[in-house]
Design a protein around this ligand. Structure first.
Ligand code: ZN
Length: 679
């Protein structure tokens, strides 16, 4: 097995992709887990009494190479995987969760952490150290380390039940999704559906040895069907099938599971000393309390509802005039929204793409980062990568100091998962007086260049690039002492602020003129297009907002109260939806029984954060708009107070330092055209 220190003896200590064979990952990671355990043993066997330095800091800086190996391996599994790596992941993931449990259940370690935590007041810690200590203590306490033995057993029992219930919830949703298909053989029935969606439906039919087209309840099939299929009865069939998953009074029905999950979560929260599950979750969020989240959702609802009702009337009138529809139903929404949008904005991607050559957009975003944050990007060729498509850049500040290493991996290939994301290969931290700089990467799946055409991006891809680059700035500008508080290691209702705020530059003339020019003629993107992009991006925003709010309110209705009195899932849901309904009720459907975000994934008491993040980014960007989108003072303040600070302090404190006040929803409502603009 190669020596780990020699492996990382590379330029900038960059990840040594070419030096490690797939088969080496398992022994290397196993070895580093042992090494990390030895480091922890040294902490717990220390005969000196626990101090911040010998316990909290020592723990923070342990497992350095383990972290680097883990980031390399899992990033590889996302961006350049194969059967061998996938099989290894099946072995490595449980090893790591076992290691995590070993730490959390290490009673000796907890006692030392607790001892430091209890002397906190006498320790004269700075803000970042206080956050680190609190995080560390809570990572134990929130998992029951401070409970008595019998309560600990109770907690373990609840956790076991919860994990099998959420597994069952997910399995039922999946089985329901797979159980339904819409098989069509008559050309009439596919009228309106675009070529790409039809081709996929034909392939799906073929894979099932069927003639014609098969549509199912997976989003890539369902969404185009509901948006484009002219046949209203079939749209209804698809929508009702999709909306009634886990709600058929059979063995896949999820109603009892929902009730059990919410009751157990409530019980668990009580056991740990919290009033409800939402109180437990929100303690580690910017929003902090259920009261704050509910006020937030209700304020937005109150302000967005009149606009949503107006839009609904407009859509209803349009459907009546066009097709004689007297009552707009849930299965009509996407369809008529799309038709009306086509009528009002004649804007298609093919017209825009020639103005967004990838190389120009990348240079554009680099220039923006230079003008705002004094960053300089220089492509380098001496850094190891996992694929020849990956580009590497040395990032420096205006004095030439090395700031970060930046990787960009733009094109799809087999072995790369869908979507776009930002990730890191090395965290930033300050140790022994040395500021160790981060290695940051963005991974996307953009249109590839061909022999005759360069890579030309859709506008959606342009905003995606800005989004991921915004996350990357959060990573590259990090300037904290402790790696676990660095860069994007922040509460997750705060993490989308840097990414979403940067998307705003894509709609600004001053920024677009830096990069949006025709790849053949060199002509600037016509301003009428910019206006259309802007207007169409907030089209039917009121209805959309109400929909998002309804999900957030439903989530809070399950988790922000004592759920033991709830007996009827559908009746409870109808009550939660009563303020946000625009369409007639459909007794056949139930959202909760297939709401995987909150009953299977980790979004319980967190659905509000989608809107929360939008409020933050609009509110933050409004300051840039007021003072100028390249205003240095605002940019420096954003960098000093937000981008460089990671999770060193509560995000509300950081935000208020930048903005002077708590975020207000008005900027978002104005941007979305839901509030009258103030002149
Ligand atoms: Zn993001």
């Amino acid at each position: 097995m190669p020596d780990i220190r020699k492996l990382f003896d590379t330029i900038y200590e960059s990840a040594p992709f070419q030096k490690i064979q797939a088969a080496d990952y398992l022994p290397l990671i196993e070895n580093e887990i042992q090494e990390a355990k030895r480091e922890i043993d040294l902490i717990t066997s220390n005969t000196q009494s626990p101090t911040f330095k010998n316990t909290i800091e020592a723990l923070e800086f342990s497992g350095k190479y383990l972290d680097r190996m883990i980031s390399m391996f899992f990033n590889l599994n996302s961006a350049e995987t194969n059967d061998e790596i996938q099989k290894l992941a099946q072995k490595i993931s449980p090893m790591l969760s076992e290691f995590g449990n070993d730490i959390r259940l290490n009673q000796k370690l907890f006692q030392r952490v607790e001892a430091v935590y209890l002397q906190q007041k006498e320790l004269d810690l700075n803000a970042e150290q206080t956050t680190l200590l609190e995080n560390r203590y809570k990572s134990f306490a929130r998992n029951g380390a401070a409970l008595s033995e019998d309560k600990k057993n109770k907690l373990r029992e609840i956790d076991k039940k919860l994990s099998s219930l959420s597994l069952k919830f997910g399995e039922n949703v999946l089985a329901e999704t797979n159980a339904f298909e819409l098989h069509l053989t008559d050309e009439k029935d596919i009228s309106g559906i675009p070529e790409g969606a039809l081709e996929a439906a034909k392939n799906l039919a073929e894979s099932k040895d069927k003639e014609g087209w098969v549509f199912d309840l997976n989003y890539p099939s369902l969404v185009p069907f509901l948006t484009y299929a002219d046949n209203r009865e079939l749209r209804k069939k698809m929508l009702l099938a999709s909306g009634s998953k886990g709600f058929h009074n059979d063995e896949l029905d999820n109603r009892e599971t929902v009730l059990s999950i919410t009751r157990l979560r409530f019980e668990r929260a009580n056991l740990l000393g919290y009033k409800t599950h939402a109180h437990y979750v929100l303690e580690e969020r910017m929003a902090k309390t259920p009261g704050k989240v509910n006020d937030f959702l209700k304020e937005l609802l109150e302000k967005a509802k009149p606009a949503a009702q107006k839009e609904f009337m407009q859509l209803q009138d349009f459907a009546r005039e066009r097709d004689g529809i007297e009552q707009l139903e849930k299965w009509d929404g996407a369809y008529y929204t799309e038709k009306l949008k086509q009528k009002l904005f004649d804007l298609d991607d093919e017209k825009l793409k020639p103005y967004f050559k990838l190389e120009n957009v990348v240079l554009g975003v680099f220039t923006i980062a230079h003008q705002l944050y004094d960053l300089n990007f220089e492509e380098v060729h001496d850094v190891d990568t996992y694929h020849e498509d990956v580009k590497t850049y040395k990032v420096t500040d205006n004095s030439g100091n090395f700031t970060a290493l930046f990787y960009a991996d733009f094109f799809p290939r087999p072995g790369k998962r869908n979507g776009a994301w930002m990730t890191s290969y090395k965290p930033q931290c300050i140790k022994d007086g040395i500021n160790d700089r981060p290695h940051i990467s963005i991974v996307c799946n953009f249109t590839k260049p061909t022999k005759t055409k360069p890579s030309l991006l859709t506008f959606n891809e342009v905003t995606t690039l800005f989004h991921e680059f915004g996350h990357a700035l959060h990573g590259m500008l990090a300037n904290t002492t402790y790696p676990s508080l660095s860069g994007t290691s922040v509460y997750w209702d705060f993490v989308e602020l840097p990414s979403q705020v940067l998307e705003n530059w894509c709609y600004e003339k001053e920024a677009l003129k830096l990069f949006a020019r025709h790849y053949e003629t060199g002509e600037d993107l016509p301003m009428e297009y910019v206006e259309k992009i802007r207007k169409s991006s907030s089209f039917m925003e009121g209805i959309q907002t109400l929909r998002q709010l309804s999900f957030g309110l439903l989530d809070m209705s399950w988790h922000g109260i004592d759920p033991t009195t709830i007996k009827d899932v559908k009746a409870h849901e109808n009550k939660a939806f009563s303020a946000t309904n625009l369409y007639p009720e459909t007794p056949e459907t139930c959202m909760s029984t297939a709401f995987s975000h909150i009953f299977q994934g980790g979004y319980s008491s967190g659905y509000y954060s989608y809107k929360w993040a939008e409020v933050l980014d609009a509110d933050a960007f409004e300051l840039f708009r007021e003072k100028g989108i390249f205003n240095k003072e605002v940019a420096v303040s954003f960098k000093e107070n937000i981008l460089s600070r990671g999770g060193t302090e509560d995000p509300m404190i950081l935000y208020k330092r930048f903005r002077g006040q708590e975020p207000k929803p008005d900027a978002l409502l104005r941007r979305a055209g839901l509030l009258e603009k103030v002149s």
